[in-house]
Structures are given as structure tokens and as C-alpha cells.
Design a binder for this molecule. Structure first.
Ligand code: ATP
Ligand code: MG
Length: 202
């Protein structure tokens, strides 16, 4: 067990994770918490190079197995360089995307072997599991409008609907860890849902 709490934010591209991470960080700091806000892929210097490999639209030859392993490699570096040390120091870690994103995008979205993705990620993270995961739910057709069209974002709306269904299924299967929040409404409305969902957990 760590002194700090590990909070992950999940949801499809453009749903508002970064916006809400920053608002939550501000709130928690005002309450005296030390907060580490970080993200995947690319939350370390080395990881930012893995991120550009993953998201570059020119890399159409990138095999789905390579995609899974690159995300896991980025995550391993991030966990051991940033997340674990911060938790050991007693910080609250707010991390945008974690293992659930791999399961939703590569597992549910691309239809790849879920158990394989779980195993690789268990190994890559030393079996680190978030204390709380907030899933921001929205119709992908609406949130995707706000994104920039990198290699992953160029996938079809049907793909994103499977990703959304995947997140919802995982969230329902693990109600103790997951909180499902509607991403609709103003930033402030969503932020107050986040605090409500976290109530008592941090
Ligand atoms: N509640 C909201 N209402 C309207 N616009 C919003 C809201 N929340 C965020 N936005 C805007 O939508 C865009 C995407 O938000 P944000 O970057 O926070 O999403 P994200 O989930 O982090 O996306 P990505 O997956 O691409 O990192 C930004 O331009 C942001 O300012
Ligand atoms: Mg973001």
C-alpha cells in the first residue's frame, strides 16, 4: 500500500480528461494535498518518443501487437519513473489514461486478445491498480469533433462506439473502483460531478 491515492481518468478522445484533471488538481491543492498530474501515453521524456511513434498518422504499418506493446512500454516507464515514486511520497496522482485505455482501445475497439493485454499490462505496471477510476462518458461523435485527427483518432465512429461500450462494460464489472460520470455540460458541471464521485475516497 502507498501513502498517496492513485486516481485515473478515462474516456474517449476529447471528452474533457485534461480539463477535469487540471480542475481537480487545483481543488485538491486548495485542500492541502500534494498532487502529481500526469498522463499516458507520453508522461515521461522517453515516453514522449513512444507517443509520437504511436500517434504519427504516417505509421500505417504499425502492427496491432506492436501497438499494444508500445503502450505497455510507455506505461512501464511512466509507472516506475513517475507514478510509483509520487505515490511513495504521499502525493495524490491524477493520471489521464491507464491500463483501462489499452483494454478499451486495443481490446474492445480492435478486438484483440483481452487476456493478453491484461497480462502484458499487469507485468508492465508491477500489478499497479488505481484506487479510483473516473470514466467520462459521452457520445464519441460529439467528443471527437474537438480532437486533432492523429493515427488513433482517424479510426471510425464504429470503432469509437466499441471503445465506449468497452469502457462501460469494464466500469459496470468493477463498480468499487470505477465511477461513471456524464461528460455533458459545462466544465464546472462536470467538475462538480467528479468531486461528488470522489466523495470520501481521497
Ligand atoms: N465541459 C466542456 N464543455 C465544452 N468544451 C469542453 C468541456 N471540457 C473540455 N472542453 C474542451 O474540449 C476540448 C477537449 O478537452 P480535453 O483536452 O480536456 O479532452 P481530453 O479528454 O483530455 O482529450 P484527449 O483525449 O485528446 O487528451 C478542449 O478544447 C477543451 O477546452
Ligand atoms: Mg487530454
Amino acid at each position: 500500500m502507498y501513502k498517496g491515492s492513485f486516481i485515473t481518468l478515462e474516456g474517449v478522445d476529447g471528452v474533457g480528461k485534461t480539463t477535469q484533471a487540471l480542475l481537480l488538481k487545483e481543488y485538491l491543492e486548495s485542500k492541502g494535498h500534494e498532487v502529481c498530474h500526469t498522463f499516458e501515453p507520453g508522461g515521461t521524456q522517453l515516453g514522449s518518443q513512444i507517443r509520437s511513434l504511436l500517434l504519427n498518422p504516417e505509421h500505417s504499418e504499425l502492427h496491432s501487437m506492436t501497438e499494444i506493446l508500445l503502450y505497455a512500454a510507455d506505461r512501464a516507464q511512466h509507472v516506475f519513473e513517475v507514478v510509483r515514486p509520487s505515490l511513495e511520497q504521499g502525493k495524490t496522482v491524477i493520471c489521464e489514461r491507464f491500463v483501462d485505455s489499452s483494454l478499451a482501445y486495443q481490446g474492445y475497439g480492435l478486438g484483440l486478445d483481452m487476456e493478453g493485454i491484461r497480462q502484458v499490462n499487469r507485468w508492465a505496471t508491477g500489478n499497479l491498480v488505481p484506487d479510483v477510476t473516473i470514466y467520462f462518458d459521452a457520445d464519441p461523435a460529439e467528443s471527437l469533433i474537438k480532437t486533432k485527427g492523429d493515427r488513433i483518432e482517424q479510426r471510425t465512429l464504429e470503432y469509437y462506439s466499441r471503445v465506449r461500450e468497452g469502457f462501460l462494460q469494464m466500469a459496470r464489472a468493477e463498480p468499487k473502483r470505477f465511477r461513471i460520470i456524464s461528460a455533458q455540460g459545462t466544465r464546472e458541471e462536470v467538475a462538480s460531478r467528479v468531486l461528488e464521485a470522489l466523495g470520501g475516497r481521497i
